[in-house]
Design a protein around this ligand. Sequence first.
Ligand SMILES: NC(=O)c1ccc[n+]([C@@H]2O[C@H](COP(=O)([O-])OP(=O)(O)OC[C@H]3O[C@@H](n4cnc5c(N)ncnc54)[C@H](O)[C@@H]3O)[C@@H](O)[C@H]2O)c1
Ligand SMILES: C[C@@H](CO)CCC[C@@H](C)[C@H]1CC[C@H]2[C@@H]3[C@H](O)C=C4C[C@@H](O)CC[C@]4(C)[C@H]3CC[C@]12C
Length: 409
Amino acid sequence: MGQVAAGNPGGCGFLGEHVVRMLLQREPRLCELRIFDLHLGPWLDELKTGPVRVTAIQGDVTQAHEVAAAVAGTHVVIHTAGLVDVFGKASPETIHEVNVQGWPSVTCCGSPWTWGRKHMPSSTFGMGRRKKLQLGHSPPPHLLPSPGTQNVIEACVQTGTQFLVYTSSMEVVGPNVKGHPFYRGNEDTPYEAVHRHPYPCSKALAERLVLEANGRKVRGGLPLVTCALRPTGIYGEGHQIMRDFYHQGLRLGGRLFRAIPASVEHGRVYVGNVAWMHVLVARELEQRAALMGGQVYFCYDKSPYKSYEDFNMEFLRPCGLRLVGTRPLLPYWLLVFLAALNALLQWLLRPLLLYAPLLNPYTLAVANTTFTVSTNKAQRHFGYEPLFSWEDSRTRTIRWVQGVESSSQ
Ligand SMILES: NC(=O)c1ccc[n+]([C@@H]2O[C@H](COP(=O)([O-])OP(=O)(O)OC[C@H]3O[C@@H](n4cnc5c(N)ncnc54)[C@H](O)[C@@H]3O)[C@@H](O)[C@H]2O)c1
Ligand SMILES: C[C@@H](CO)CCC[C@@H](C)[C@H]1CC[C@H]2[C@@H]3[C@H](O)C=C4C[C@@H](O)CC[C@]4(C)[C@H]3CC[C@]12C
């Protein structure tokens, strides 16, 4: 392949910005980059003076014509756009609409459910009181087909873009609703992937759409080559939840309180390495289409296996915070109760205001279930090695948190 034009829906998000910068720094054949996002960041202006033609397009992935216009003429699309919401800020319909497609009749990760015929799955598992969405036989106007990921696939097919890289998530696999541990698993590890929360359901469905599209003929007759990358919990510069924990710690007088046992390991991966993996896949898909097409890859690096809270302290401790307690300060049943209370309050307050705290039954279950990966599939298939060592990733993230501190003073 000669010169490359790339499209990046979601290019202004946390991961998307790193992918954009990585493409510009590390892909010498790149001649044009189209960044497509609902919200364009001011940092894009600084990119427009370099040798690569950078076009920022404000648009919505649920609008087919906007996506097709942005994708037309590109060689490769890196689809990082998505609604990442595990806190109940967006409705399940909106999450599905942006992350997957419009009006599906689908199987959600093992449990069959049909949109529009009966009801949506309860959006927060373990919550019997969650209001179910009762729908009639014809879709209400806000649920009429207006696909997100489906639009990206169709845009590639219609305009002749042959390579599609999709940012999936570890959540496609788990943790599942049963809280089964996934300990140092790889892409072939058997695991019962059963979800009810809209976010993992939407990611699983979208991933399946992308993988099933592998081999479809695009305009011009060549086959579409797709693959999906599954990051674990991403951290690094720009990570909103890390910022939230940092501010919470400052409010609590420089302390955070342990809620999760240190023995529960949660997989994490540095954003720069996730971005690097996307760039490598985009580069290698053409040469290794037979091997990589239709495949999934966990995103991994040398970040240590730790609990979610202990891992965050790797960055927050050097910024002056401490984690109080060697064991959880509250008994687990009380956390479960508080999480359920938060969910109830969210539901009761919804007509008046958006109450979306970090702790809810879903986030508690994810944080409290071991989920770690150990694999070399990306190394075997396309030669991936992490670009940033753990020490580098740690230093960069600490420096960023320290910047957050000074910019908020
Ligand atoms: N953050 C993580 O820990 C993590 C882990 C695994 C997978 N992922 C996946 O990585 C991707 C990026 O996540 P992120 O953490 O950077 O999230 P983010 O919210 O920072 O970025 C998502 C981007 O998508 C854009 N977007 C949302 N709706 C859109 C729409 N309708 N049209 C166009 N653009 C739209 C947003 O404006 C945003 O810029 C997502 O698909 C997410 O599921 C994230
Ligand atoms: C119980 C609290 C006490 O301190 C801790 C709550 C932490 C949670 C808010 C986060 C724990 C695990 C996170 C998720 C995980 O890292 C992987 C994800 C996959 C990705 O696709 C989207 C983000 C997320 C779901 C991430 C969200 C925040 C946590 C649930």
